[in-house]
Design a protein around this ligand. Structure first.
Ligand code: PGA
Length: 250
């Protein structure tokens, strides 16, 4: 039986008071949420706050990015060492917004994944094609290439990864991949992971891109969809809890 992971991605939203309100509306309702994993990935300045609120609860927490470098003259960057002070379980790497707006290549993403793993933080490696790439029939090539660089870099630690398939055209657009479209890509990512590790079946492959309360159940029912990476709906307690409930009901 798979153990689902529902991870919220707050992106650049929230401030102390709003974060406290949001978590107060979610965390107390998670007590029955095991045996699935639930997490929120929050902006770095709020890791301490979220750690304080969530520790000892069923809610795990994570960061949204980590530096590819260890330490030194990298103004504005946050290292894996620094993150580890706040005991995050996860960190997103290679989110399409980082690739798109910050020029992150798959090589950089792979280095970030490696830095996180070295500190015992699970990287959630995001891959996904743009609309243009999908329409050109390049989806398979694009996602496999993005994941291959990470697989090569982390070598024997592949089974420690979480992978998130997030079609760029579905992120924040309200346009979700159909369960069949998502499953097709998840299946090929699974095949790629199987070629790299005997433990591929325990790697969680999350779907992300306009997952919400009404489409979560049908997506999560797919054989190779092991959870969700939730942007917009993670800011709405009712919706986020509905997605958690949909995972629990599988
Ligand atoms: P969305 O974002 O759920 O708002 O589409 C998902 C993500 O970017 O992780």
């Amino acid at each position: 039986m798979k153990r689902y992971l529902i991870a919220g991605n707050w992106k650049m939203n929230g401030q102390s008071a709003a974060n406290a309100d949001l978590l107060a509306a979610i965390v107390p309702h998670l007590s029955a949420a095991r045996p699935l994993d639930v997490a929120v990935c929050v902006p770095a300045p709020y890791l301490a706050q979220v750690q304080q609120i969530c520790q000892g609860s069923p809610m795990d927490w994570g960061a949204q990015d980590v530096s590819a470098h260890g330490s030194g003259a990298y103004t504005g960057e946050v290292s894996a060492d620094m993150l580890s002070d706040f005991k995050p379980r996860y960190v997103l790497v290679g989110h399409s917004e980082r690739r798109q707006y910050h020029g992150e290549t798959s090589t950089v993403v792979a280095a970030k994944a490696q830095r996180a793993l070295a500190k015992g933080i699970t990287p959630i490696v995001c891959v996904g094609e743009t609309l243009q790439e999908r329409e050109a029939g390049q989806t398979e090539d694009v996602v496999k290439r993005q994941l291959a660089v990470v697989i090569q870099q982390v070598a024997h630690c592949v089974s420690e990864l979480v992978v998130a398939y997030e079609p760029v055209w579905a992120i924040g657009t309200g346009r979700t991949a159909s369960p069949e479209q998502a499953q097709a890509v998840h299946a090929l990512l699974r095949t790629q992971l199987r070629a790299a590790t005997a433990q591929a079946d325990r790697i969680r492959i999350l779907y992300g891109g306009s997952m919400n309360a009404s489409n979560a159940a049908s997506l999560l029912a797919q054989a190779d969809i092991d959870g969700g990476l939730i942007g917009g709906a993670s800011l709405k307690p009712h919706d986020f809890l509905a997605i958690v409930a949909a995972a629990q009901a599988q």
